[in-house]
Ligand binder design. Structure first.
Ligand SMILES: *[C@@H]1O[C@H](CO)[C@@H](O)[C@H](O)[C@H]1NC(C)=O
Ligand SMILES: *[C@@H]1O[C@H](CO)[C@@H](O)[C@H](O)[C@H]1NC(C)=O
Ligand SMILES: *[C@@H]1O[C@H](CO)[C@@H](O)[C@H](O)[C@H]1NC(C)=O
Ligand SMILES: *[C@@H]1O[C@H](CO)[C@@H](O)[C@H](O)[C@H]1NC(C)=O
Length: 561
């Protein structure tokens, strides 16, 4: 009784308050993350891994649209460190993006607090280290954004959600390595101009294969991930590819999957037996079982690699006493054409909403005039006799001063908007450089990724999603525009580019800031396959961009006395 009266009183007070503050503040979520090196035991060996609060993978962030996220990162590694929030748009505040072009790294034995809002976003995202090759060792995790309670979701409400993070892993005792497998050794190998060897295995949520003889399985039982589900109900799986370099195919034995979301876009709910997820990408699928309640394998296998790496987890039905049985469901291996064909079927459901109640299709991206076409070609090059990767002839090198700080404080000599051209520089010698493309806030731009290489590329943009309007083989020409999907292309933050092929995207640059456009294939990014987009206008206003945060770190030419 007293409680009820109190609540009534409180509601009254809140009603009064709301007269003064019309917009209720969005909720805050606080995290304190201690980042350490620790021992990870996988594949029968122990090796160095990056743990967050002792966990590998790191703790998930489960949030709701518009939540404010406050993460105090305590860096206990031996090197400066940053985490980036893959796909979080950081509206008006590239200050929180956590890449070396926007932030000074957090020095060892100090802490720094990220503060950002998950403004207008809903879907499946993740985070990982952006500095050096830290990401190979871990430090990654899920970042899931649920819709606010007032927003309906355009697919059946699942009984439960499961997060699947697939990563690739190099075995410590691998014959490839005659030296200690640590960050320095790995980076030395890359710096010396040697490619990384093919990974030894794939992990699901940090665990290796569960598909081995039953006896062995009993021993390593703690590694076998099980997802308990109940017959007849609908479940959602959020799948992220957190590999360093491996495209994957995902499937669930005995089940078809209905695709419901891709990196924040609600898709046409097509049914797939298996689905390709390229490096840096995320998808959400739903399954319903109406078959017999036994256990099934959840399978992730590598695409376009030799040998094919396969790993499994187990889908366990309530009441099942039957372990999963072989064979594993088959999947494409090298079939590139299959992948491109499937990619074209992933489209936006124009009548479905996203983070807001209005339909996604109300933004007619196909009818807006493109003000600029940028063609970016990735190439493997030799600079001073060593392997590097370049984009339009420039192999990116991080300056010691973050680009964003240089821009804000008018520090000259850090970057120059003339370094990189809008078109490939065929035949010209590649150079190291700081590539930044200058764009005006609200520019509507076409970016074509041209891949002459023999491996699949994966390109990611921070700060905005882009519409993937086309994939095609060979050399892109303006004629290809005729084949674009200008009606219901999916909007996402990472796009794959097939070998000797191109992918084209349209992007509305409505987010002022300095944004990393990078290869999601981590050794390529480390060796120069990245650049920045400077989205700018001369108006200094908090409505377009927030001021430098009070806790900003200063380094390089921006360093304070
Ligand atoms: C470091 O952590 C402390 C609390 O442990 C916090 O008060 C302080 O603001 C943090 N520093 C930064 C730069 O975020
Ligand atoms: C598209 O979204 C609408 C509205 O939420 C939904 O009713 C419909 O089933 C969806 N269609 C497809 C093909 O996914
Ligand atoms: C940088 O230059 C711009 C334009 O000249 C000016 O508006 C701004 O105040 C300068 N910023 C700083 C920190 O000096
Ligand atoms: C990519 O291929 C096209 C067409 O064959 C060729 O014109 C271009 O020079 C190639 N670029 C590189 C960097 O090899």
């Amino acid at each position: 009784m007293r409680k009820a009266i109190f609540l009534q009183f409180l509601t009254g007070v809140l009603a009064c308050l709301s007269v003064f503050s019309v917009i209720a503040e969005d909720p805050y979520r606080y995290y304190t993350w201690t980042v350490t090196y620790g021992t990870v035991s996988r594949l029968g060996g122990h090796q160095q891994g990056i743990l967050i609060n002792g966990l590998f993978p790191g703790p998930p962030i489960e949030a709701v649209t518009n939540d404010n996220i406050i993460v105090n990162v305590i860096n206990k590694l031996d090197e400066p460190f940053l985490i980036t929030w893959n796909g979080v748009k950081q509206r008006r505040t590239s200050w929180q993006d956590g890449v070396l072009g926007t932030n000074c790294p957090i020095p060892q034995n100090t802490n720094w607090t990220y503060k950002f809002q998950l403004k207008d976003q809903v879907g499946t995202y993740n985070y990982f280290p952006s500095t050096q090759m830290h990401r190979v060792f871990g430090g990654y995790g899920a970042l899931n954004i649920a819709a606010r309670s007032v927003i309906s979701i355009p697919y059946p409400i699942p009984a439960q959600e499961f997060t699947i993070l697939v990563s690739d892993w190099q075995k410590f005792s691998s014959t490839y390595y005659f030296f200690l497998f640590n960050l320095q050794a790995l980076q030395k190998r890359l710096d010396d101009g040697h490619a990384l060897p093919v990974p030894d295995s794939l992990l699901i949520n940090g665990r290796p294969n569960s598909h081995c003889p039953l006896l062995v399985k009993k021993i390593i039982f703690k590694w076998v991930l099980m997802y308990l589900i109940i017959s007849g109900k609908t479940y959602k799986f959020r799948v992220s590819n957190l590999c360093i370099e491996t495209s994957i195919n995902f499937r669930i034995q005995g089940h078809t999957m209905t695709l419901v979301e891709v990196e924040g876009a609600h898709t046409l709910q097509e049914v797939y037996e298996s689905i390709d997820v390229h490096v840096g990408q995320s998808v959400a699928v739903e399954i319903t079982l109406n078959g017999s309640p036994k256990d099934y394998y959840i399978v992730a296998s590598s695409r376009f690699t030799k040998p094919i790496l396969t790993t499994t987890a187990i889908l366990h039905y309530d009441g099942s006493h039957t372990p999963p049985s072989l064979p594993l469901p088959i999947a494409p291996t090298y079939h590139l054409h299959w992948s491109m064909k499937q990619a074209r079927t992933i489209r936006t459901n124009l009548t479905a909403n996203a983070a807001r109640p209005n339909p996604q299709g109300s933004f007619h991206y196909g009818q807006i005039r493109v003000v600029r076409t940028i063609v970016l070609e990735n190439t493997a090059v030799k600079i001073n006799g060593k392997l590097r990767y370049a984009v339009n002839g420039i192999s990116y090198v991080d300056p010691s001063t973050p680009l964003k700080l240089a821009d804000w404080y008018n520090i000259s000599g850090v970057f120059d908007l003339k370094t990189i051209k809008d078109k490939p520089t065929h035949g010209a010698l590649a150079k190291p450089g700081v590539s930044v493309i200058g764009l005006t806030l609200h520019d509507y731009v076409e970016i074509v990724f041209q891949n002459n290489d023999t491996t699949v590329q994966s390109w990611h943009l921070d700060g905005s999603s882009f519409y993937v309007v086309g994939y095609g083989g060979g050399q892109w020409t303006t004629d290809m525009k005729k084949k674009y999907n200008l009606a219901d292309a999916v909007s996402r933050h990472t796009v794959q580019v097939y070998p000797s092929s191109w992918s084209a995207v349209y992007v509305s640059l409505d987010n002022k800031g300095m944004w990393n456009l990078r290869s999601a294939i981590w050794s390529r990014r480390y060796l120069g396959q990245q650049l920045y987009l400077r989205v700018w206008n001369n108006e200094h206003s908090v409505y377009t961009e927030t001021d430098v945060p009070p806790n900003a770190l200063y380094c390089g030419k921006a360093k304070r006395p």
